[in-house]
Design a protein around this ligand. Structure first.
Ligand SMILES: NC(=O)c1ccc[n+]([C@@H]2O[C@H](COP(=O)([O-])OP(=O)(O)OC[C@H]3O[C@@H](n4cnc5c(N)ncnc54)[C@H](OP(=O)(O)O)[C@@H]3O)[C@@H](O)[C@H]2O)c1
Length: 313
């Protein structure tokens, strides 16, 4: 099968179109024929050598953590899925989704809801699970609370706005001016143009800061939080001394695959309570252009790789 691998860390030219043997399913796994895969920042960070979990000794490696496709074969212990099912999943770190076939653990997959095509489905798993786990598993967000989402126009942020609104929270988000209208449509109550406004002047008494930017933005967030609030980051670990001084629970986390959570998210997609924003779609062969676009340009929502031409299911 064809797959996009890196043999060395570096720029987009390291993305090689390789011919490798297709995967075999283990007992509790399925082999899925991939129709679409999405690009996440972790992919270009891995490619460039900036993602510590992937070391040089693990190369060559197929990139990609998100897929949508059709079940081709199932292992003996698989009970919930059958050949021909349309499924989507966040993959574990051992396998890669920029490929014609991929092995998926049964527990990590969910059925793609009606009305959602493969491109849209592939855009969901890692970004939506990161938003879900950050807001609810780590942030313990409840109806009536106030959340500030830093970076609301990106892959994770656009899901986070919608999940938080759907849970009954009041949502503020920082974006650049070009994305203000988009995030208002997704349900943001307060939109802060981060290039021209200080968010510290725009909000206060926040129950949860969801930090998708890190660095200085994280450091400046303490002042908007109320005592007893939470600062949850997808990036660096917040300063624990500062957290204690301010009586704030503060942590970072890594998103994990979860078929059960993807099944809940599927219901929100199916009923139209959550929509997927697609920034752009590239054929798998143009993966280098997709990486360059995501790393260097302004992205709204998700960048997707089309692996097969058929996108409906
Ligand atoms: N720990 C985990 O498991 C995990 C999981 C997923 C993602 N992440 C990390 O979380 C971050 C976000 O991921 P993503 O997929 O949402 O990335 P993304 O799709 O690239 O989106 C990032 C967004 O941030 C915006 N932005 C940049 N600087 C900003 C600022 N100062 N204030 C507000 N918004 C700003 C960008 O908009 P403009 O173009 O307008 O600047 C862009 O829309 C990445 O660093 C990623 O590696 C971690």
């Amino acid at each position: 099968m064809h797959a996009i691998r890196i043999h060395a860390f570096g720029g987009p030219s390291e993305l090689a179109w390789d011919d490798i043997p297709p995967p075999e399913p283990g007992e509790g796994d399925m082999v899925v024929r991939v129709r679409a895969a999405s690009v996440n920042p972790v992919d270009y960070k891995t490619r460039s050598g900036g993602y510590p979990a992937v070391k040089r000794e693990q190369l060559p490696k197929v990139l990609g953590r998100d897929v949508a496709g059709v079940v081709e074969r199932v292992g003996e212990a698989v009970t919930r899925f059958h050949t021909g099912d349309a499924v989507y999943a966040m993959l574990d770190r051992e396998v890669g989704g920029y490929a014609e076939f991929v092995r998926i653990h049964e527990a990590d997959a969910a059925k793609i809801p009606d009305g959602i095509d493969f491109v849209e489905a592939a855009a969901v798993p890692l970004a939506a699970l990161t938003a879900w786990q950050g807001l609810f598993d780590h942030g313990h967000l409840k109806a009536g609370q106030k959340v500030l989402i830093h970076g609301g126009s990106g892959g994770v942020g656009h899901f986070a706005i919608q999940f938080a609104k759907n849970a009954g929270a009041w949502v503020a988000t920082t974006v650049s001016d070009a994305d203000a209208e988009l995030v208002r449509k997704l349900g943001a109550d307060k939109v802060i143009d981060y290039r021209n406004e200080n968010f510290e002047d725009a909000v206060r008494d926040i129950d949860l800061v969801f930090d998708l930017i890190g660095g200085d933005i994280q450091d400046r967030s303490w002042t908007v939080l109320k005592r007893g609030g939470a600062l949850i980051s997808t990036l660096q670990k917040p300063d624990q001394d500062e957290a204690e001084r301010r009586d704030v629970r503060a942590t970072n986390y890594m998103a994990e695959p979860s078929g059960a959570q993807l099944a809940e998210i599927a219901r929100l997609l199916e009923t139209g309570k959550v929509t997927v924003v697609i920034d752009s779609v590239f054929p798998l062969q143009d993966v280098g252009k997709a990486h360059e676009h995501m790393e260097n340009e302004h992205v709204h929502g998700k960048v997707v790789l089309q692996v097969a031409t058929e996108t409906a299911h």
